[in-house]
Unconditional design. Structure first.
Ligand code: AMP
Ligand code: MG
Length: 497
């Protein structure tokens, strides 16, 4: 085999801080060797942002590096420990069962980022699993995370997708793959739970100190840094979940082990986007009771944050009652903070620069009308943003009973008459808040099916390209912005990466 890196060169200047934490935080683990790695997609702009030396990588090098076959100099691969509540039930040990942290780099903005290989083989945390990932879920994570980034939502990123040449078994034989993803960190609510569940207060404190230093350094000076950390995560998650609701994103498996303390969206398993607006929408086949339904996401985030708060109690104040009191006070701010982020974002979607008392109700009235009329969430808002474009399509036509739209629309028009912005400026601002294209479920499935059954990656590349510019009108690719076919209503997603 040719060397993956040019003679004497390194791909990155790794600086691995998590591996310097106490031994019980992680297990050292080399990725499994795979037989025939091939790059499907390499995210060059992201690689540059991370300061990777792309020119050092030889022709065959990227496949070797991002499949885990070749360890670049400075990498110190580990699997991290965490626990988590899955659908409300606590498991004291989960951990990286199919993801291996290659190492950390400092990006062009001075931010420390993890480079992690998901699907890189078994670790000490794999339990019964094979540590591998199938091609479909890898492409799905790539598309979804990059789409979310382009939509302006805080998220882990995809650096590379590599097919491995191995077969993985998920009820059937499937091609294997690895996704190299980039994270602000891999610290989850469940990481805190891992130590708290063992009564390891030192472990919680060490993790909290590390989290503060890495994500919220200003809090080191706070009167009570652990309480301040809780407040910071509450704030970050309130903003994140509001963002999800504004673009119609359903995470699908908001277990505490799938919620970061950095505020990035993580773990794209059964996630999907709304078509017709309905807060009860659930796509995941394993979410039988709708725990993670679209409209439940704020209350689930709140519940998860309460689990985080519990882990910090012993660190916040030696007096338990006092600690509970202070943590509760911070936690209770979540609904208000969420509402504030949500309303601010919805105002943007409706082109409102000023704030008026009735705006919240105005938003709700539109959503109610959309729900009653099975109107497409993305398209209604997009069409409201295109009122001054020659190619505009009518939002009204998306409602089964257009009269219910008319009533709302009249009220909105009156509200707009009290706005300072002129129509053209408003419409253009609205188009920056209301995407024309999202990763529609059927488009994603189409791209995955072509790759899996025919080895045809063209639809994947085409869709990825479109999703990189979600707010642009792309007339040549109008089909990506269309209303989905009827079959959509029975759409189901599955977990197993
Ligand atoms: P998830 O529900 O995808 O967030 O994963 C929950 C837990 O299951 C995590 O600890 C994963 O590492 C683990 N896991 C999921 N799939 C596999 C697999 N194929 N092999 C080993 N562990 C896995
Ligand atoms: Mg997970």
């Amino acid at each position: 085999m040719d060397q993956p890196l040019s003679q004497g060169r390194a791909i990155a200047d790794f600086s691995n801080s998590f591996a310097e934490l106490p031994d019980r935080f992680f297990v050292r683990q080399t990725p499994a060797h795979v037989s025939g790695p091939q790059v499907i997609k390499f995210n060059e702009p992201l690689a540059r942002e991370l300061g990777l030396d792309i020119d050092a990588i030889t022709a065959a090098g990227a496949a070797e590096i991002f499949s885990g076959n070749f360890l670049p100099p400075g990498a110190d691969p580990i699997a991290q420990a965490y626990a988590g509540h899955q659908f409300g039930n606590f498991t004291p040990q989960l951990g990286d069962g199919r993801a291996i942290l290659l190492g950390e780099v400092i990006d062009h903005n001075g931010i420390r980022r993890d480079i992690q290989l998901k699907g890189a083989g078994r670790t000490a945390f794999s339990r019964g699993g094979d540590g591998r990932a199938a091609l479909g879920p890898v492409l799905r994570e790539y598309l979804m995370s990059e789409a979310m980034h382009a939509l302006g939502i805080s998220t882990t990123r995809a650096l590379a997708a590599v097919s491995t040449g191995e077969t993985v078994f998920r009820e059937q034989a499937l091609p294997g793959a690895v996704v190299a993803r980039v994270l602000a960190s891999n610290i989850r609510v469940g990481t805190f739970q891992y130590f708290a569940a063992r009564g390891d207060t030192d472990g919680v404190k060490t993790l909290a100190d590390y989290t503060i230093a890495r994500h919220y350094p200003a809090l080191r000076q706070a009167e009570n840094p652990y309480l301040a950390l809780l407040a910071a995560v509450v704030e970050k998650q309130a903003a994140l979940i509001a963002g999800w609701l504004q673009i119609g994103f359903i995470h699908g498996v908001m277990n505490t082990d799938n919620m970061t303390v950095s505020g990035e969206t993580i773990d794209y398993g059964p996630c999907a986007f709304l078509d017709g607006y309905d807060p009860a929408t659930v796509f995941s086949s394993i979410d039988q009771f709708g725990r993670y339904a679209f409209g439940n996401q704020p209350s689930i985030a709140f519940w998860n944050l309460a689990r985080l708060a519990e882990t910090l109690l012993a660190s916040i104040d030696p007096d338990e009652n006092r600690s509970v009191e202070r943590a509760t006070e911070i936690l209770q701010e979540f609904p208000t903070k969420f509402q504030a982020f949500y309303l601010a974002g919805m105002r943007k979607k409706l082109g409102l620069q000023t704030a008026e008392e009735g705006d919240s109700e105005r938003v709700q009235n539109l959503l109610n009308a959309m729900q009653e009329n099975k109107a497409d969430f993305t398209l209604v808002f997009r069409r409201l943003s295109e009122t001054n474009l020659p190619e505009r399509a009518d939002a009204r036509a998306l409602f089964e009973n257009p009269a219910s739209f008319d009533a709302w629309h009249n009220d909105w028009q009156q509200r707009l008459s009290r706005e300072p912005m002129d129509d053209a400026a408003r419409a253009s601002a609205m188009r920056q808040a209301n995407p024309a294209v999202i990763p529609r479920n059927y488009l994603v499935e189409e791209a995955l099916a072509a790759a899996i059954t025919q080895g045809d990656f063209q639809p994947f590349h085409a869709l990825l390209q479109i999703l990189q510019h979600p707010f642009d009108n792309q007339p040549a690719n109008a089909r990506y912005a269309e209303i989905p076919p009827q079959t959509e209503t029975i759409y189901r997603t599955f977990c197993g990466t």
